[in-house]
Design a protein around this ligand. Structure first.
Ligand code: AMP
Ligand code: MG
Length: 400
């Protein structure tokens, strides 16, 4: 055993991790249908006006506004219907004085007409129509270029492609878009006892939990998880896997980050790269290491599934999002009374999982080895250094 000499505060660990984050430079073109959630790498401008033509905003009649003046229920204007224009059609002729065109929402305005009377304000009489309400020029007409003028910026570098921004991109007719690559996140589980789910367990073995929790976090926060084969607790095996992991933009190891004789993550980091910290004053998750291998940031997470996932929330997510050029994560936070008193460990910032029920936050933490400490919780509260939280006290619950 090689006990921890000292630990650093969680906030300092977060700062060190963020300082080591290099925003990704790799770019790729993706089809618009695959671009949801991606980060725009180069500005997009409208190549044409959107909409590309003046169009009706209502079903009704395209008219010369001046010709409807004074039109009312009592004294309607009477116009001759000279054509019908559906969407996707080109008007066959212009509208002249005393005339109008029946028109569908979205159809191009005919020359001569400058307003649309909605069908509800008309009464049809054979090939004529009574206009029961006057309209002003441009009323119910969507002008060419009103949404976007040709040349106007639609997207800027760094914009995240939300549904509405994808819509704006689609409006320009772009079939693809240049985005930043999703950072490759190498995920390595370590431990002689680790077995992939779907296979039978031998004596002393357990199923690999961390590769799935970590991969899910990586995918959800802009990363592209690359799951490498689990490494045995042997220096040569771990070194070989670490070498592959260093090809990624970020590597996350789980297990072997503590102080036992077979906890070798730190030895590999020391031998092949550099260690930036080892040991964080947080519970769970104290035996966490961070360093670099060939310039690639490496998080060495504890093997205990709740410690591993808990630190993924507080360290991996901020780091990955910074590399992926995503804005800082804004988890949802609720303020609720605590259902029963809890105390935390002196000297450690505690991440305490809670379940929401009946308008209160119920402590749900079992042990850092139990994944159900998190899977049966809805979020967590943070208890700074050795404090206690009383029953009924309002706490801030960060939702998962
Ligand atoms: P370690 O951090 O390697 O000392 O592991 C601490 C505990 O977590 C041990 O009980 C391990 O068996 C367990 N553990 C390590 N890696 C995993 C994993 N990938 N999935 C589930 N449990 C694990
Ligand atoms: Mg281990």
């Amino acid at each position: 055993m090689r006990p921890f000499k000292d630990t650093i505060p969680l906030q300092q660990a977060i700062e060190i991790v963020l300082q080591a984050a290099v925003p990704i430079e790799r770019r790729e073109r993706v089809r618009i249908g695959d671009a949801s959630g991606r980060v725009v790498a180069s500005a997009v401008h409208a190549s044409d006006d959107v909409p590309p033509f003046d169009r009706a905003m209502m079903d009704g009649y395209a008219v010369i506004a001046g010709g409807t003046a004074g039109g009312s229920q009592a004294g309607p204007a009477r116009l001759r219907v000279v054509q019908t224009i559906y969407t996707g059609q080109i008007p066959q002729r212009a509208v002249g004085p005393g005339e109008c065109a029946e028109i569908a929402t979205g159809a191009p305005m005919p020359a001569g007409a400058d307003a649309v009377v909605m069908v509800e304000d008309t009464a049809r009489d054979g090939d004529e129509v009574l206009i029961l309400k006057a309209v002003n020029a441009r009323q119910n007409v969507g002008s060419r270029g009103a949404d976007l003028a040709a040349g106007q910026a639609v997207l800027q570098p760094g914009d995240v492609l939300t549904p509405s921004r994808l819509g704006a991109l689609a409006a320009t007719g772009a079939g693809d878009v240049e985005v930043y690559a999703r950072p490759a996140v190498a995920i390595v589980s370590t431990g002689n006892e680790i077995v992939e789910p779907g296979r039978p367990l031998g004596p002393g073995q357990i199923y690999d939990i961390n590769r799935y929790t970590l991969a899910a976090i990586a995918s959800a926060h802009g990363g592209d998880p690359i799951v490498l084969p689990a490494a045995a607790d042997a220096l040569d095996d771990l070194t070989a896997v670490a070498d592959r992991a260093a090809d990624a933009d970020l590597a996350v190891f789980s297990g072997g980050s503590s102080v036992g004789d077979r906890d070798l993550t730190l030895d590999v980091l020391r031998a092949c790269g550099e260690v930036l910290f080892h040991g964080v004053a947080v519970k769970p998750g104290k035996p966490t290491a961070f360093g670099r291998l060939r310039g690639t940031p490496v998080l060495g997470m504890p093997g205990n599934p709740t410690s591993c996932l808990s630190n993924a929330y507080v360290l991996l997510i901020p780091l990955l999002r910074r590399i992926a050029r995503l804005p800082d994560f804004q988890p949802r936070v609720l303020r609720l009374p605590l259902a029963r008193r809890i105390t935390s460990t002196p000297g450690r910032h505690q991440i305490y999982t809670v379940r929401l029920a009946g308008g209160a936050a119920h402590p749900a933490f079992k042990s850092s080895g139990d994944i159900t400490s998190m899977s049966q919780a809805d979020g967590y509260i943070e208890i700074p250094d050795g404090g206690a939280v009383e029953e009924g006290e309002r706490v801030e619950v960060t939702l998962f």
